[in-house]
Design a protein around this ligand. Structure first.
Ligand code: PLP
Length: 473
């Protein structure tokens, strides 16, 4: 493709994406394809001869779009929002076009320094502790996901606890880590990858607000120590997946400092809310945390992937993860005056993700991003009140931030059937969880395009579908 052809097709592709944004509501929210149906539409072999770009574009319309679940539809209420704002997509395009590999400072100084700078901006914007800033002992890095951030934190915690000996001798089978029963499942995955047996992952019970019971944690820690085990890490959640509950950071910080445990805080979605001063209190107690992460790719109008991961002591992280083959030697790294982000993550290579975040922060300004957070929360609160006033339904817990957890009174099987019918309709998409042992429907309101008329229409559909289902019983 020559630069001229790239210009021509690039313009056409941007037009295609802009049309997609404008027409998104015409598609069924969840793809209606059956397993294998999409592959069956593809040729068995890759083309030998080049195909025209027009043929590729045609297949985007005819083949790819029917197989898409439209995460950016204003009628998408499942899981968490996926907001690919225009700024973010264009920043991503520049990153792809420049095709920078930012593994070392030297391989693109702007890639490293923009990332450091933008993550320092976010420390201030979110009211994070100054110890996470890069001008002290800490700093931030962009990971692909909260799962990777947790894995990196876990490895650093393991090394700090074992005097950086696990690097040499493998993981000590006495190591134990702790999180609530509501913490994300990436905990088990990280433990498996890091060689911490699943038997050494302690899931601590939660109270009626679905937050970690600190008294139970204390008792479990004491029992583990008495049994000769080595507690090394606690993972707290600000905004659990099921109900967006927030663990008590002040209590956990104090406990972890006293017990010399690494405290990692997972604020995957809810962390973005701290951009608004009225929600910044969620970060109280974070001064005692060793690491923290949140996902702009959930609620900060930035497309996947983008997780901001902070550590208070970057040396612990880089000492844990650094390996230095001769072929990467270079004067800047040897001078010790630059950051080489390869030592802050699992892979060596890395994309220029800071560009899209920089585009987003500049394009919207903090105030624009706050507006989107407040908009989602206001709509969720409004919807929660409507649900509360319907005697056939109940809220499973108070509406937290932009998440509504609710159930029909007719029990688990009824709710499951209701969810399937709603998603099969193509008119909306919601997900579920299990809360207090009961099947619970989950509506997350965060798309930048969602308006009250969308939530009202979705609620009418839920009520009507439940009514029909009741009559058919
Ligand atoms: N932590 C929490 C609280 C989550 O809700 C999620 C995903 O939904 C994750 C972690 C995992 O996020 P990621 O896909 O960025 O690994």
């Amino acid at each position: 493709m020559t630069p001229e052809e790239f210009r021509q097709w690039g313009h056409q592709l941007i037009d295609w994406l802009a049309d997609y944004q404008q027409q998104i509501e015409q598609y069924p929210v969840r793809s209606a394809l059956k397993p294998g149906e999409f592959r069956a539409s593809l040729p068995a072999h890759a083309p030998e001869a080049p195909e025209s770009f027009q043929a590729i574009l045609d297949d985007l319309n005819n083949k790819i779009l029917p197989g898409i679940t439209h995460w950016q539809s204003p009628n998408f209420f499942a899981f968490f929002p996926s907001n690919a704002s225009g700024y973010s997509v264009l920043g991503e395009l520049v990153a792809a076009g420049l095709s920078v590999q930012g593994m070392l400072w030297e391989t693109s100084p702007a890639c490293t320094e923009l990332e450091t700078h933008v993550l320092d901006w976010l420390v201030t914007l979110l009211g994070l502790p100054a110890r996470f800033r890069s001008d002290g002992l800490g700093g931030g890095v962009i990971q692909d996901s909260a799962s990777s951030a947790l894995l990196c934190a876990l490895i650093a915690a393991r090394e700090r606890c074992t005097g950086f000996n696990s690097r040499l001798q493998g993981s000590d089978n006495r190591l134990v880590l702790y999180a609530s029963t509501e913490a994300h499942s990436s905990l088990e995955k990280a433990a498996v990858i890091a060689g911490i047996g699943l038997n050494q992952v302690r899931r601590i019970g939660v109270d009626k607000n679905h937050t970690l019971r600190v008294d139970e944690l204390q008792r479990t820690l004491a029992a583990d120590r008495a049994a000769g085990l080595m507690p090394f890490m606690v993972v707290a959640t600000l905004g659990t997946t099921s109900s967006l509950s927030c663990d008590s950071l002040p209590a956990l910080s104090a406990l972890c400092l006293h017990e010399k445990l690494w405290l990692h805080v997972d604020a995957a979605m809810a962390g973005s809310a701290a951009l608004c001063p009225e929600y910044r209190h969620i970060h109280e107690g974070l001064e005692g945390a060793d690491s923290y992460c949140f996902n702009p790719h959930k609620w900060l109008l930035t497309n996947f992937d983008c997780d901001c991961f902070y550590v208070a002591d970057r040396a612990a992280l880089t000492r844990a993860l650094s390996v230095a083959p001769a072929y990467l030697d270079n004067p800047a790294s040897e001078s010790g005056s630059v950051i080489d982000y390869r030592d802050w993550q699992i892979p060596l290579g890395r994309r220029f993700r800071a560009l899209k975040l920089w585009f987003v922060l500049r394009g919207f300004g903090a105030e624009g991003l706050r507006q989107n957070i407040r908009h989602g929360i206001a709509l969720a609160q409004r919807w929660g009140k409507i649900i509360e006033s319907d005697s056939n339904f109940e809220l499973a817990c108070p509406v937290a931030f932009n998440l509504i957890c609710f159930r029909h009174h007719k029990g688990d099987a009824f709710n499951q059937q209701l969810k399937n019918a709603l998603n099969d309709s193509g008119k909306m998409y919601l997900s579920h969880t299990v809360l207090d042992g009961r099947y619970t429907l989950r509506l997350c309101v965060g798309q930048s395009t969602v308006q009250a008329h969308h939530t009202d229409a979705a609620w009418n559909l839920i009520v009507q579908t439940a009514q029909k289902q009741s009559e058919a019983l």
